[in-house]
Design a binder for this molecule. Structure first.
Ligand code: LLP
Length: 411
């Protein structure tokens, strides 16, 4: 299932670098593992497409029967164009403008609302409609401070103590609350945080007792082991605990509700590689510095979250291990993929694979320093194909000029 180094090397040689490679077979097996871990009749796996919106991945998700967690009009439009039906999408945006709400409502997609002020405005404009309410689970967890979503220091969801206001607004405007939602954070580290968040949501469900309630959505956050020191979490065991907690709750509640999750990272992270080429080696006193042809606008997690991404030297897999700072080609000191990392001896011209780059890597990318994003290649069984091309610098500039109102002088 793992893509062999030789194959990655061949892809880099064929399509050039920088190039993202996605292993669709691994995505399928992660999806099937997740599904099997939560045996529940109305289980919905709403893929958090913010993790990776590559269209081959979206098509794979569709073929597997996934639903979609969309967070912007762009997400929504792409999901619909990929053939997801409005009934297969839940829309969870932040700080929406009125116009954004109207766009979503026109598509018939279910709106998930996470603030009292938006709920009030929504209720006035769309009385009597079906809606999902996002609560802040009051549980703090996640693999970095920037991606913890629970607790009162974050902007997400309605506080549990504001439940009475939710009841008042929804009653006044006859809203049909069909779903209750929470998302605790990304890369949940503590084994019991999902259960703790679920229990808080269950007390909200009991307190509100919305007559139209159909499902509870407990978000994403399922962790993967990025560094070799980390053990994978056994989601089969955790799934068993979650399903039995939910089953007992549904019995007491008197209704078999749908159980929804929104995994992103868990489904796609390990299936992705960013392939780069080394073009500079510098020995700065004690520090070996390796310069590559990609940079943080193309894979920002190490710089932004101090995230660990394992790096393999595809060209010298048996070489002696040496410590390197592995850098990008951007004019910033922090432009590093790894600091002080042991990698098989790197020479100029070597090809490196930055692993576990299938979630929040391409999708968080940009054009800083006006370098185009990498190409994207997908592998499925024995088939390898280009999914999205790498723009040339001239194509990128042509795009920018097309949108620009200030003409360049004619030379
Ligand atoms: N549902 C909601 C409402 C979310 O906000 C998120 C992620 C997810 C589901 C999916 O979470 P996941 O299963 O992927 O952990 N850029 C960060 C992660 C940010 C996640 C934002 N929200 C990273 O690279 O680690």
């Amino acid at each position: 299932m793992k893509l062999e180094n030789q194959l990655l090397k061949k892809i880099a040689e064929t399509y050039g670098t920088p190039t993202y490679v996605y292993n669709l077979d691994l995505i399928k097996s992660k999806y099937n593992y997740f599904k099997a871990a939560f045996p529940w009749p109305d289980l919905r796996i709403c893929y958090a497409m913010k993790a990776n919106y590559n269209t081959a991945i979206l098509n794979t998700m569709k073929s597997l029967g996934a639903f979609i967690d969309a967070v912007s009009p762009g997400d929504l439009s792409l999901a619909l164009k990929c053939g997801f039906k409005p009934s297969q999408i839940i829309y969870t945006a932040n700080n929406m403008k009125d116009a954004e709400v109207d766009v979503v409502m026109k598509t018939g997609v279910l709106m998930n609302i996470g603030s009292l002020s938006r709920l009030e405005k929504y209720a006035k404009k769309y009385p009597g409609t079906r809606v999902c309410i996002r609560f802040n689970p009051d549980v703090v967890d996640g693999e970095h401070d920037k991606i913890k979503t629970g607790g009162d220091l974050t902007k997400f969801g309605i506080l549990l103590e504001d439940t009475d206001q939710v009841i008042r607004i929804t009653k006044e405007h006859n809203l049909k609350v069909i779903g209750l939602h929470e998302h605790t954070g990304s890369g949940l580290i503590k084994s019991d945080s999902i259960l703790a968040a679920m229990k808080n949501m269950m007390s909200i469900a009991k307190k509100t007792n919305f007559p139209d309630l159909e499902f509870m959505d407990f978000g994403g956050g399922f962790k993967i082991p990025y560094s070799p020191d980390e053990q994978p979490i056994d989601y089969k065991t955790m799934g068993h605990d979650i399903v039995s907690l939910f089953s007992n709750f549904c019995d007491a509640y008197g209704k078999k509700l749908g159980l929804y999750f929104e995994p992103g990272k868990f489904l796609t992270a390990q299936a992705g590689h960013l392939l780069v080429e080394v073009n500079t080696i510098k020995n700065n006193r004690q520090r070996a510095i390796c310069g590559t042809d990609s940079g943080f606008p193309q894979l920002i997690r190490p710089m932004f979250y101090d995230a660990y991404h394992h790096i393999d030297n595809l060209s010298n897999p048996d070489g002696e291990k040496i410590r390197y700072d592995i850098c990008g080609n951007i004019c910033e000191t922090g432009d590093l993929f790894a600091r002080d990392r042991l990698v098989n001896k790197i020479r100029e011209g070597d090809l490196l694979s930055i692993n576990d780059a299938g979630a929040y890597c391409y999708s968080m990318g940009g054009f800083y320093n006006l370098r185009p994003m990498p190409a994207e290649v997908v592998v499925e069984k024995t088939k390898i194909r280009l999914s999205r091309k790498r723009l040339t610098p001239d194509e990128l500039i042509a795009l920018i000029l097309k949108e620009s109102h200030d003409m360049l002088p004619v030379l």
